[in-house]
Write a protein that binds this ligand. Structure first.
Ligand SMILES: Cc1cc2nc3c(=O)[nH]c(=O)nc-3n(C[C@H](O)[C@H](O)[C@H](O)COP(=O)(O)OP(=O)(O)OC[C@H]3O[C@@H](n4cnc5c(N)ncnc54)[C@H](O)[C@@H]3O)c2cc1C
Length: 371
């Protein structure tokens, strides 16, 4: 015997919360199923909390398409819902002429992605903005900021519940079956249940591929293998030296160890990237301290490694491998063939920034106007 529910969203990270909110506000009956005891305890609370401008991503890809409009929607949402945020700006620094050529190419990519406000400045202008910074040249990104990710998720959950949505905690989706026009899922936990849904949206983050493979009848050709890429942070015990975020030149698979700070002014360095950690490994390797310090001394010469203490770690749900540029991978009925299933995979950075745009993309798929 199974209960019927119109829509089930699996996973209450920032993406699942934004998606569930958007579907509920469109007038559908929605249950949001979360494996853990509360929302947002996995990748959504293990990141840099940066509102990205939308600069680096391959033009035409989903990250490029979602980040810039997602950023605009996120600032607006934070303002209207009283979510803590700060439009603190960011500098991307170069240390020689080769680096300057890369900065110019970054500006071209950003323009192709709709980000028109980047400014190339010389080292002196950069140091005037941020005394103590060492740079030969830099890009200034005026629209970059930081956000209180927990406050954001709380506000999304509030809107979802106001729209009649039901949030089920400690409700892990363990199995399922595609029935054609509907999808049946088995939910474990303290109050096990079987739900027959006209639509299931899989927003299980790092576990999205495992969840999809546990649903029989979904075409495996459209379930990518996700590969976690761990990123560690060290926090700085001292006054935050810069008000803007400071980034080195990026690599294809990550933005490089950078300087960020939170809304309370706590400075941190990270994340690095490593590919060998098992899912759920959030240990910070103290032995990486000197490596972090030497990478960041290129732009912060006075950095004292003794003031760095292990902070926290997160894992990026990548669908690509080392040295490769990844992207979000979102499949709806017109792609994977099942009318009752939408899967969201590879929701790495800038997923936090893009959450509201991702949600609008999913509602467009449901309305039949998206892929
Ligand atoms: C190191 C790092 C730094 C980052 N920095 C930034 C940044 O500065 N800016 C930015 O925009 N983005 C950043 N990101 C990306 C951003 O954090 C993610 O894109 C975003 O948090 C993904 O949200 P999510 O909801 O998909 O995943 P999650 O937050 O992981 O949520 C998925 C949820 O699904 C639940 N779940 C899993 N399996 C099941 C199941 N079987 N049944 C029920 N529930 C289940 C989990 O418990 C979890 O709560 C960063 C990511 C990392 C790793």
């Amino acid at each position: 015997m199974s209960d019927k529910v119109d829509v089930a969203v699996i996973g209450a990270g920032v993406i699942g919360l934004a998606v569930a909110r958007a579907i509920a506000r469109a007038g559908r009956e929605v249950i949001l199923l979360e494996r853990e005891g509360t929302f947002g305890t996995v990748t959504s609370s293990r990141n840099s909390e940066v509102i990205h401008a939308g600069i680096y991503y391959r033009p035409g890809g989903l990250r490029a398409r979602f980040c810039h409009p997602g950023k605009i929607k996120l600032y607006e949402f934070c303002r209207s819902h009283g979510v803590g945020h700060l439009n603190c700006e960011k500098l991307i620094v170069a240390h020689d002429d080769v680096g300057v050529a890369k900065l110019k190419s970054i500006i071209q990519t950003a323009r192709a992605n709709g980000v028109e406000d980047l400014e190339l400045i010389d080292g002196r202008a950069a140091a005037a903005l941020e005394p103590g910074l060492s740079a030969y040249a830099a890009i200034r990104s005026p629209s970059t900021g930081i956000v209180d990710s927990h406050g954001l998720m709380l506000a999304l959950l509030g809107d979802f519940e106001d729209a009649g949505g039901m949030f089920a905690r400690a409700a892990p989706v363990e199995a399922g079956e595609d029935l054609g026009s509907a999808l049946r899922i088995e939910v474990g936990g303290d109050a096990p249940m079987t739900l027959e849904c006209s639509l299931v949206v899989n927003c299980a983050g790092l576990y999205a591929d495992q969840v999809a493979r546990a649903i029989s009848g979904l075409d495996p050709a459209f379930i990518p293998v996700q590969r976690p890429a761990k990123g560690q942070y060290f926090v700085y015990a001292g006054k935050a030296p810069f008000s803007r975020l400071i980034y080195p030149l990026h690599m294809p698979d990550s933005q490089g160890v950078h300087y960020t700070r939170d809304l309370g002014g706590q400075a941190r360095l990270g994340p690095d990237i490593s590919w060998d950690a098992p899912l759920g490994d959030y240990e910070v390797d103290e032995r990486r301290r000197e490596q972090f310090a030497s990478e960041c001394r290129k732009f912060w010469p006075d950095l004292d490694a003794n003031k760095l203490t292990p902070g926290y770690a997160g894992q990026r749900p990548k669908t690509t491998g080392p040295g490769e540029e990844g992207d979000f991978y979102i499949v709806g009925p017109s792609v994977q063939g099942s009318p009752a299933y939408i899967g969201l995979y590879g929701m790495e950075s800038p997923g936090l920034t893009s959450c509201l745009e991702v949600a609008d993309h999913v509602t467009a798929i449901i309305a039949g106007s998206g892929a």
